[in-house]
Each structure stands twice: as structure tokens, then as C-alpha cells.
Ligand binder design. Structure first.
Ligand SMILES: CC(C)(COP(=O)(O)OP(=O)(O)OC[C@H]1O[C@@H](n2cnc3c(N)ncnc32)[C@H](O)[C@@H]1OP(=O)(O)O)[C@@H](O)C(=O)NCCC(=O)NCCS
Length: 263
């Protein structure tokens, strides 16, 4: 099959005309209006990313990624992994453009630190501003209903964010010793699957706020539900809050903390 221009390794796609409308994700963004998950000063986006239309994904890649991002995208293994990686970036960029932080996808770039934490670099007056002042976070999940991507962005500086989406399943029961801690408390009487999925998602989101890498002891992260769907999370001498919501059999978590509280 003929490959479209720009698909060969190292070849840049032709630039889009400024008047050409930006392609959106092959499937539309889902409105994420989950009771309790709206946090002040945080923008969230969720998208179905199950479309197998490879042409649409390539169009999306060429329109939304910078040259550096396209080079990184090419290194991501299987197509499903490339799609979720791309989708997370498109979502963050859509939020950045929607909040007037960037004029176009080429004026913002997702970069990662040594442990994989993403940050948004913004083009200002011809130079990149790369201090991560508008924090962002990404999660994706291959759910029973299909793969989804979730992203959040802080339109105002001063907050660190972490999101996670996990499908409720018995899978975590066997792994509970790896992440459940003695101080974890949830309200009500959730089933073991619901409890463990919620704790797992809370701890993963908290790990993303701080930017911890794989292998950090999640049993030392203490999660306490203070009101239905509202949580206090303590990691050593650092503290943050989180909100949880149920969506299509998944637990969705948004964790946040003022940046200066995490120093
Ligand atoms: C990094 C980590 C948070 C990713 O979570 P996950 O549930 O596997 O995957 P998700 O889809 O929810 O999140 C993936 C996204 O997290 C982001 N991410 C990766 N490393 C990160 C870090 N150190 N800090 C914050 N965000 C990070 C990336 O944006 C990534 O998506 P991308 O690669 O497409 O850009 C997780 O693997 C991790 O390391 N947790 C730390 C604790 C731990 O060791 N847990 C597992 C063992 S018990």
C-alpha cells in the first residue's frame, strides 16, 4: 500500500495551510461532566480513541505534533500505543488552544522529564518557554468498551496535576499487597474490586502529581476519603487532594496540589 507523504522515517509532512481547519480526534471528545470531578482551575478532556482509521490518525499526527514530537511518536512501538500517546498530546494541546495559551498546535509541545512526567512547553515571541508553569497530566486505558484517553491542564499557573483512569476489575485483588496501605480509608462499603481500583487510581494519580517513576512504593501513599468522592492523599511530608468519579465502569481520578506545597 502506498504510504502518505510524511510517513516514512525522518520525512516531515508538508505544513498545513493556515486556513485549513485542524483535524480533531477521529472520534469526538466526550464531554466530561462528572459530578464532583470539576475542580476549580482545571480543564479536563476525555476521548474515545478506538478508531482503526489509520489515515485519520496520520492526518492528526501531521497536524498536531511538532517535528520533535513526530520524531518521538515514531519510536512508540505498536499502533495502539502510538494512538494513545498521540491522543494524550492532542487533548492537552486542544485544551491549551481552548484556553488561549497557544495559538496553534505548533506553538505548544509536550516534553517529558527523566521519569516520564509530561510538561507543556509554549512558544512565546519565537522562543520556547519550558518551565511547565501550566501543568498537565495524561492517562489512557484500554477499557472493555474500547480505548480512551484522558488529559487535564491547569490554565492558571501554580497547580500540579495528576489524572488516572482505571476500569473496575478483580485484577487488582491479587496485587493488593503492592499498593494497599494500613492508612487507606474509603467511605461507605465499596466492593473489594471498587475499593482497590479506587485506591490504585488515586495512588497512580498522586504519583503523577509528584512525578514519581515506576517502582515507587505505593503502600506508603495514604489515601483518606474525607467526603464522598473527595480525598486527602499524603506521601511522606507532602499532601494533596483528589476527586474521584465513576464513568462507564471506570474510576476517574483528578489529583492536585499547589506547586509550592510539593517543594
Ligand atoms: C508512570 C505511571 C504513573 C503511569 O501510569 P499508568 O497507569 O501505567 O498509565 P497511564 O495511562 O495512566 O499514564 C500514562 C501517562 O502517564 C504519564 N507519565 C509517565 N511517567 C510519569 C511520571 N513519572 N509522572 C507523571 N506522569 C507520568 C505519561 O504522560 C504517560 O502517557 P504517555 O506516555 O502517553 O505520555 C506509572 O506507571 C507509575 O510509574 N507509577 C508510579 C508508582 C508505581 O510504581 N506503580 C506501579 C507499580 S506498583
Amino acid at each position: 500500500m502506498n504510504r502518505p507523504p510524511g510517513d516514512a522515517d525522518g520525512v516531515s509532512p508538508p505544513p498545513l495551510s493556515p486556513r485549513q481547519p485542524l483535524p480533531l480526534l477521529p472520534l469526538p471528545l466526550l464531554p466530561l461532566k462528572l459530578p464532583g470531578l470539576e475542580a476549580p482551575g482545571v480543564a479536563l478532556a476525555l476521548a474515545d480513541i478506538g478508531s482503526p482509521d489509520e489515515d485519520a490518525w496520520r492526518t492528526l499526527r501531521d497536524a498536531w505534533l511538532t517535528a520533535a514530537e513526530r520524531a518521538e511518536h515514531a519510536t512508540r512501538g505498536v499502533p495502539a500505543r502510538r494512538r494513545e500517546w498521540l491522543a494524550g498530546r492532542v487533548l492537552v494541546k486542544q485544551l491549551a488552544i481552548g484556553h488561549q495559551l497557544a495559538a496553534s498546535p505548533q506553538d505548544c509541545e509536550l516534553r517529558v522529564d527523566a521519569k516520564g512526567r509530561p510538561r507543556l512547553a509554549l512558544s512565546e515571541a519565537g522562543a520556547w518557554r519550558d518551565d511547565g508553569r501550566h501543568d498537565c497530566s495524561i492517562s489512557h486505558k484500554n477499557t472493555t468498551a474500547g480505548p480512551v484517553a484522558l488529559a487535564c491542564l491547569a490554565p492558571e499557573p501554580g497547580q500540579r496535576l495528576g489524572v488516572d483512569i482505571e476500569e473496575v476489575s478483580p485484577r487488582l485483588v491479587k496485587l493488593r499487597a503492592m499498593f494497599e496501605g494500613p492508612e487507606d480509608r474509603l467511605l461507605g462499603e465499596p466492593s473489594p474490586e471498587q475499593r482497590l481500583t479506587t485506591l490504585w487510581a488515586l495512588k497512580e494519580a498522586a504519583a503523577k502529581v509528584i512525578g514519581l517513576g515506576v517502582g515507587v512504593g505505593l503502600t506508603t501513599v495514604a489515601c483518606q476519603e474525607t467526603a464522598p468522592g473527595e480525598h486527602r492523599i499524603v506521601i511522606g511530608d507532602r499532601e494533596m487532594t483528589a476527586r474521584t468519579a465513576d464513568w462507564r465502569g471506570c474510576v476517574v481520578v483528578l489529583a492536585s496540589a499547589p506547586s509550592d506545597r510539593l517543594l
